[in-house]
Design a protein around this ligand. Structure first.
Ligand code: CCH
Length: 289
């Protein structure tokens, strides 16, 4: 076993409540994007996990192969080095934590601290080596539509309701021309976890953006907000649209379904130790007087 591989019980030596707090303290940075690493932490947790293939039981967050080339250099993962670098001091501080646990926990912390639902999370992922990297093409291509999105998420083992709930994370953050080539935030509050992905999708008129970049949509009114072609599939596809309408009308329903689907995503393919406990972390605001 390489140096990345810890013993099977090293996960027990970590105080995850302390890690939660330390990750939460890393979120804010006025010089980064919209002032928070939260959105890119959510994206890191998702891309570390979303490589799972339920048929071959390969990929997923256990292994944290996203930190190695060639996986780190896959087009879909462009820019995620910013998130990994931000988290690296915590790997030094908590030497017994696995990268897989650190990256997925960062997604949990970000969702919760930005105002989203509590995400049930378990430790015990065991890091693998570069030889275990997944092939390119397992993450969705934003230029495509509903058929492609279904194919990718069905491969992970999700159904239409779960897919529609997960994509609501596009309330957070933005697209960067330097990363995906697309441009702009989905709404005016990209550092708050809300159901705005659905409300914006339904309530705006989305028109093709006039530019030399990849085909995407902007809202006709202000031109400030964006939708990816894959996002628009959730409005156009009648089966997805049922959930879009539900989550736009009912933020609690969205929060509940997102919490379940995101917890499932972070656990895909992970062979947890039998005694790994389930954590429901309190937010900093809930803990502090
Ligand atoms: Fe996503 N996403 N995502 N996404 N995503 C992008 C950014 C974020 C797709 C494409 C893109 C999920 C599903 C999909 C986040 C969370 C989730 C970007 C811009 C593209 C492109 C990247 C850039 O330029 O920085 C596609 C396609 C799908 C599905 O079909 C799911 C599922 C999640 C989480 C549950 C978050 C958060 C961001 C913002 C990142 C940031 O840096 O601000």
């Amino acid at each position: 076993e390489g140096s990345a591989q810890a013993s099977s019980s090293s996960w027990k030596k970590v105080n995850y409540n302390n890690v939660y707090k330390d990750i939460a303290d890393l979120l804010e940075d006025e010089n980064y994007d919209d002032g928070s690493y939260g959105p890119v932490f959510v994206r890191l947790a998702w891309h570390a996990s979303g490589t799972f293939d339920h048929k071959t039981r390969t990929g997923g967050s256990s292994g944290a192969t996203i930190r190695f080339e060639p996986e780190s250099a896959h087009g879909a993962n462009a820019g995620l080095d910013a998130a990994r670098q931000r988290l690296e001091p915590l790997k030094k501080k908590y030497s017994h934590i696995s990268y897989g646990d650190l990256y997925t926990l960062a997604g949990v912390v970000a969702v919760q601290e930005l105002g989203g639902p509590t995400i049930t999370w378990r430790p015990g992922r065991r890091d693998k080596t570069a030889a275990d990297c997944t092939p390119d093409g397992r993450l969705p291509d934003a230029a495509q539509g509903a058929d492609h999105v279904r194919e990718i998420f069905y491969r992970m083992g999700f159904n239409d309701q779960e897919i529609a709930a997960l994509v609501g994370a596009h309330a957070l953050g933005r697209c960067h021309t330097s990363r995906s080539g697309f441009d702009g935030p989905w709404n005016a509050s990209p550092t708050a976890f809300t159901n705005f992905f659905y409300t914006e999708l339904l309530n705006n008129t989305w028109v093709p953006k006039k530019w030399n970049g990849p085909f995407q949509y902007v809202d006709r009114e202000s031109g400030q907000f964006m939708m990816l072609p894959a996002d628009m599939a959730f409005k156009k596809d009648s089966k997805f649209r049922v959930y879009v309408e539900k989550y736009a009308a009912d933020q609690d329903a969205f929060f509940e379904d997102f919490a379940n689907a995101f917890a499932k995503l972070l656990e895909l393919g992970v062979d947890f130790p039998e005694d790994a406990p389930f954590y429901k972390f309190k937010t900093l605001e809930e803990v502090l007087p």
